[in-house]
Design a protein around this ligand. Structure first.
Ligand SMILES: *[C@@H]1O[C@H](CO)[C@@H](O)[C@H](O)[C@H]1NC(C)=O
Ligand SMILES: *[C@@H]1O[C@H](CO)[C@@H](O)[C@H](O)[C@H]1NC(C)=O
Length: 273
């Protein structure tokens, strides 16, 4: 009897050890402004479920699970932070309080939570494209996409290489370009996508708004518009400020987009000559 209990206990211990091997505990902080270092389009994904991790974004581990005190969410890991484990304010707020940041905004600093990489299919519900393919900027995501396609051509397939869709939208907060799908017709000979309109044309785009949830008011604000004075609910506690959104060129230098866009326009112009 005792030995069978010991065997059972040891089996449980082994099981727990095996499961927790893939899970790590990280200090998680809230992130208010949507960004994506690889150019994932915020107008096609759930910007309230994003992970901003210190590691570079890779071609496979695009989806992570994060849990805290019995609550759990899946997050798209499509941006690199300056060192912190940031997540969308709404996800952070839900994990801590069980409520959306718009309903019950809470403020605070780093909270230790459990995370693990999971299969990309778990994040399908966070992506609003046909087949839940990863929506990338045709003008500004080619460095990342190219790296995944090159690995695939060398025999290392990846989720991104087989599950991407390009749009003629220039920036992650979807304020420039055309809401249209582009295709890579002749990769690798040609690593520029073909779009119905000129690739990278920086026309103003207003039909695909991206919203952020302002920290710590819980107010929904249009991304790219200047933050308005807070009139949202009063947060429960004020501890530390959330980390800023300026973690990469996509958030820090919007003008770069215009530069890239113009380059793409000029290149396609010369190619067509
Ligand atoms: C998903 O995209 C379609 C347009 O392609 C849009 O009509 C719909 O509102 C979007 N759904 C969500 C949840 O954003
Ligand atoms: C495939 O990826 C593995 C691990 O990243 C790497 O060690 C290997 O060299 C790659 N193989 C090819 C053919 O690129």
């Amino acid at each position: 009897m005792h030995s069978s209990i010991r065997a059972w206990a040891s089996a449980v211990t082994t099981f727990v050890a095996t499961v927790s091997a893939a899970t790590t505990s990280v200090p998680v902080t809230p992130h208010a402004s949507y960004s994506s270092s690889i150019g994932v389009l915020g107008c096609k994904v759930n910007t309230n479920r994003i992970a901003y991790w210190p590691m570079a974004v890779d071609c496979n581990n695009i989806c992570v699970s994060l849990s805290y005190e019995g609550r759990q969410v899946y997050l798209l890991r499509i941006d690199q932070s300056g060192g912190a484990h940031d997540v969308s304010y709404d996800a952070w707020n839900y994990l801590i309080t069980g409520k959306s940041a718009t309903a019950d905004p809470t403020a605070g600093g780093a909270i230790q939570m459990d995370t693990e990489n999971v299969d990309a299919s778990k994040c399908a519900g966070l992506i609003n494209t046909s087949g839940s393919k990863l929506p990338l900027s045709a003008a500004n995501s080619m460095n990342f996409l190219n790296s995944c396609l090159e690995k695939q051509a060398d025999g290392n397939d990846s989720w991104v290489a087989s599950n991407y869709v390009l749009y003629n939208i220039l920036d992650p907060i979807c304020t420039y370009g055309y809401n249209e799908v582009c295709t890579l017709r002749d990769w690798p000979d040609q690593n520029q996508a073909t779009c119905p309109n000129t690739l990278g044309d920086p026309v103003s785009l207003t039909s695909q708004p991206v919203y952020n949830i302002e920290y710590p008011t819980g107010k929904k604000v249009l991304a790219g518009s200047s933050a308005s004075s807070s009139s949202g609910a009063t947060p429960n506690t004020i501890v530390a400020a959330s980390s800023g959104g300026c973690t990469n060129m996509f958030t820090c230098q919007p003008l770069l987009f215009l530069a890239f866009g113009l380059c793409a326009v000029l290149q396609s112009f010369f190619i067509s000559l």
